[in-house]
Design a protein around this ligand. Structure first.
Ligand SMILES: Nc1nc2c(c(=O)[nH]1)N[C@H]1C(S)=C(S)[C@@H](COP(=O)(O)O)O[C@H]1N2
Ligand SMILES: [Mo]
Length: 370
């Protein structure tokens, strides 16, 4: 396998500033919240999070190997095998980075966390088409003692992240070959990536090369020192520095720039809310010190998929704050502050979204013209 060397760019797709927020690493770009259009995030603006440059993988020679003590025999699948020999499933699922909103977490606690400086855009939703991971594990013969499944990527860092066997066998754990009706783009994991519904993005390994089924817990950097919660609220569990992140907590975003500049006219404010493996049950909003009110949820409610919500507002000129708090079907509501953890993960606090509403300049001018 080759790495692209003809250009200095580490990613392949264009990442124009009108669609994406550049975090400065050359690898990681967030979706601009004011450029989220439909229920799905178009591939041209779907956020990118890669720890190493996008590898160039030749599908003609690529194989996906299932191996390890937890299977009776190793099996290798070719790209054509995946397309032709197993049922293809299409699922809409949201992927969110555990570090999403890290900059806002830093502002909340008055420090800068190390790690990718994400605003609100490390989240996206696509229709993923591929083969259930279960359908590729079962032919290898899952051993009675199998307990963990770990995918490994073909990028320079060999990204690896284990999950329990039950999650690997779930109906909506996919080996995706396509995204939004097109063959998986290079940056999003061509030729095949995992989609682990409701879990932190890091579990959805891109550029899949190998899947290990194990009879004992597997310890790798991504579940011992990275993508773990480290801090006083989170006891270490050696060799892990803290609990490994799995499902994501309830959080929401407003589809406006930060800060937002609005006109003093009746309008609809829109946003998204996501609760990992849970369903969103309610979304409420609050303008300044007014009472909380219910927003209208306008898209289907499915575990592992964000919902869209909206409310009508006729703002007065001046400075305002929009707060949104989502609640999931387990009764979890966004808190006012997020438990501190060293790497700045899982920020879910209610955000005070700053809005400036212009004076009614256009109206004043037309009146003056009468
Ligand atoms: N092989 C590999 N898979 C990976 C990563 C990576 O760096 N290498 N990044 C992970 C992280 S942290 C996230 S949030 C998602 C991002 O997926 P996307 O770039 O398609 O949005 O991919 C995950 N899969
Ligand atoms: Mo991530």
């Amino acid at each position: 396998m080759n790495h692209r060397t003809t250009t200095d760019r580490k990613v392949v797709k264009p990442t124009p500033a009108e669609l994406m927020e550049d975090t400065g690493t050359g690898l990681d770009y967030g979706t601009r919240p004011d450029r989220m259009v439909g229920d799905l995030t178009a591939t041209d603006r779907f956020y990118l999070r890669s720890h190493a440059p996008t590898p160039e993988v030749d599908a003609a020679t690529w194989t996906l190997r299932v191996e390890g003590k937890g299977v009776r025999e190793s099996i290798s699948y070719t790209y054509d095998d995946l397309w032709q020999r197993y049922p293809l499933v299409s699922l809409v699922r949201t992927i969110e980075c555990a570090g999403n909103r890290r900059v806002l977490f830093g502002a909340e606690v008055g420090r800068t966390f190390a790690g990718t400086q994400w605003g609100r855009g490390a989240i996206g939703t696509a229709e993923w088409t591929g083969v259930r991971l279960r359908d590729l594990l079962e032919p290898a013969g899952i051993a009675p003692g199998a307990c963990e499944v770990m995918a490994e990527g073909l990028d320079e860092i060999r990204a690896r992240r284990p999950m329990p066997l039950a999650k690997a066998l779930a109906d909506d754990t996919l080996v995706a070959l396509a995204m939004n009706g097109e063959v998986l783009p290079a940056d999003h994991g061509f030729p095949a990536r995992l989609v682990v519904s409701g879990w932190l993005g890091a579990a959805s390994i891109k550029w899949l090369g190998r899947i290990e089924v194990a009879e004992d817990p597997i310890h790798v950097p991504w579940n011992t020192e990275d993508y773990v919660l480290i801090g006083p609220d989170f006891p270490a569990d050696a060799p892990a520095r803290g609990p490994a992140i799995t499902t994501l907590p309830v959080a929401s975003l407003v589809e406006l720039p930060w800060p937002a500049l609005l006109r003093p006219a009746p309008q609809i404010v829109r946003g998204r809310a996501f609760a990992g493996e849970n369903r969103i049950a309610a979304v409420q909003y609050r303008i300044d010190d007014d009472p909380w009110q219910d927003a209208l949820i306008t898209s289907p409610v499915t575990p592992g998929v964000w919902v869209r919500w909206q409310f009508r507002w006729h703002p007065e000129p001046g400075e305002h704050t929009i707060r949104v708090r989502a609640t999931d079907d387990q009764g979890n509501t966004q808190p006012d502050s997020t438990p501190w953890n060293e790497l700045g993960y899982l920020h879910q606090s209610v955000l005070a979204h700053p809005v400036c509403v212009e004076p009614p300049a256009a109206t004043a001018r037309s009146e003056a013209n009468v």
